[in-house]
Design a binder for this molecule. Structure first.
Ligand SMILES: Cc1ncc(COP(=O)(O)O)c(C=O)c1O
Length: 423
């Protein structure tokens, strides 16, 4: 998937300027390395499909063609099929958001929602506020529209609203085109935005008249603690992105967006230009899969599996990682974020880790400006508990090696330089 093999591009100089800053996703680039059979991958946030009942999906897909082929194989409406939107209405009600089907459009995953929102909102130089670090796919989608992404730091309670307030005061009313947030089990940090911070964020967004985009792919994968109401449940003006990728299967490429009608109308125009309409076949298959109750048991099973893997990762980190490294304790989702001492660079560590048979994504992938070099995202969703233990042990050895070098420096009275040459 990466562009690494391109050595000479004879079309260089003819591409639109907006593609200049669009970087290949580091996560997708790692897929190649991760496919080695002995590799333990903490890199991609790939859902575990082992728990998804393939025969039930096959039956849904077959029946979609056999009984609804005339519509499933035809072009459909750009908004998405009414039956799937009715399913989404029910899913949203279960997380505390009541809304009519007309307020929803079906998208090709939440990723398409991000791209369409960037397309309708962003001109070059516009300011976008996001958490720092933030979802690499959002950075990639936004970057084609050349915004200035301002990252607001997080702590264990999610985005630091005190720092958001400072940024908003600096930028002034309507000073940003939107605030992008992943409040539940954030990708990549794994932290969840505290309820009181959710309320304050919305107050500030109103005060400064800035739309809020809530991206919530992991909200239903909670292992502990009570459900926290989504921002959209607290404010009808919030733009909400949902997806079937983590509760069903990412291969169907199905997600949804709810937003105030004027915004949805613009997004729909952008979607028509992008793909005319989503796959009716995928939608009918999902409708049939979600028509029964089995998906609930499947989701419970998936959540249990991810919880076990989270536990395996946290105890392995506790046991093997050096004391100089700290990490987050996610209550759900897919990711742990680990922070090493500032003088270590996860990018250079990665090459060694790959040699030791383990991958992760270096933290700088999740910032627009190269910050996060001493951090790493560790996805616990994909590897089995025993592999997680082995992988963390391998990674700990690599980090220990580096730290050993620096400890020797410090003992000798020399201050370690930041890896990679930066001061
Ligand atoms: C925060 C976040 N947003 C959006 C997406 C994209 O999801 P989808 O498969 O629905 O396009 C992901 C996928 O990992 C994600 O982590």
């Amino acid at each position: 998937m990466g562009t690494a093999r391109i050595v000479f591009d004879r079309w260089d100089g003819r591409y639109a300027a907006r593609m200049t800053d669009v970087r290949s996703s580091a996560v997708r680039d790692l897929f190649a390395a991760a496919s080695r059979p002995d590799m333990i991958s903490f890199a991609g946030g790939m859902p575990d499909l082992g728990g998804v009942p393939t025969e039930a999906v096959a039956a849904a897909a077959r029946d979609a063609v056999l009984y609804e082929g005339a519509t499933a194989l035809q072009y459909g409406s750009s908004e998405g099929r009414p039956a799937l939107r009715a399913t989404i209405v029910e899913l949203m009600a279960e997380i505390g958001v009541r809304l009519p089907a007309d307020d929803i459009i079906v998208t090709a995953g939440a990723q398409q929602g991000l791209d369409l929102l960037a397309k309708v909102f962003l001109d070059p130089g516009d300011v976008v506020i996001a958490e720092g670090p933030t979802y690499v796919g959002a950075l990639q989608a936004f970057s084609a529209y050349q915004p200035d992404v301002v990252c607001v730091e997080m702590d264990h309670g999610g985005m630091r609203i005190d720092l958001l307030e400072v940024e908003l005061a600096r930028l002034g009313p309507r000073g940003a085109k939107f605030i992008y947030t992943i409040p539940n089990f954030q990708n990549p940090a794994g932290v969840t935005l505290l309820p009181e911070r959710r309320r304050r964020l919305l107050e500030l967004a109103r005060e400064y008249d800035i739309p809020v985009i809530e991206d919530d792919p992991y909200g239903r994968l909670r292992f502990e603690g009570g459900h926290v109401k989504p921002l959209r449940a607290l404010d009808d003006d919030v733009i909400y992105l949902g997806t079937f990728s983590k509760i069903f299967a990412p291969g169907l490429r199905l997600g949804w967006m709810t937003a105030p009608h004027p915004i949805l109308a613009k997004v729909l125009l952008a979607k028509q230009a992008a793909d005319l309409c989503g796959s009716a076949y995928a939608q009918v298959t999902a409708e049939r899969y979600f028509a029964g109750t089995r998906w609930r048991r499947v989701l419970q099973g998936l959540t249990r599996t991810y919880a076990e893997r989270r536990d395996a990762m946290l105890s392995a980190l506790e046991e093997h990682f050096p004391a100089e490294v700290s990490w987050t304790h996610p209550e759900g989702g897919f990711f742990v974020w680990a922070e090493m001492p500032e003088f270590l660079d996860a990018n250079t560590l990665l090459a060694e880790a790959v040699e030791h048979g383990v991958t992760f994504v270096p933290g700088s992938a999740f910032y627009p400006d190269g910050r996060g070099r001493n951090c790493m995202r560790l996805a616990f969703c994909y590897a089995e508990p025993a592999a997680i233990e082995a992988g963390i042990r391998r990674l700990a050895e690599v980090i220990e090696d580096r730290l050993g070098l620096y400890r020797a420096f410090i003992t000798a009275g020399a201050l370690p330089a930041v890896e990679g040459g930066a001061a």
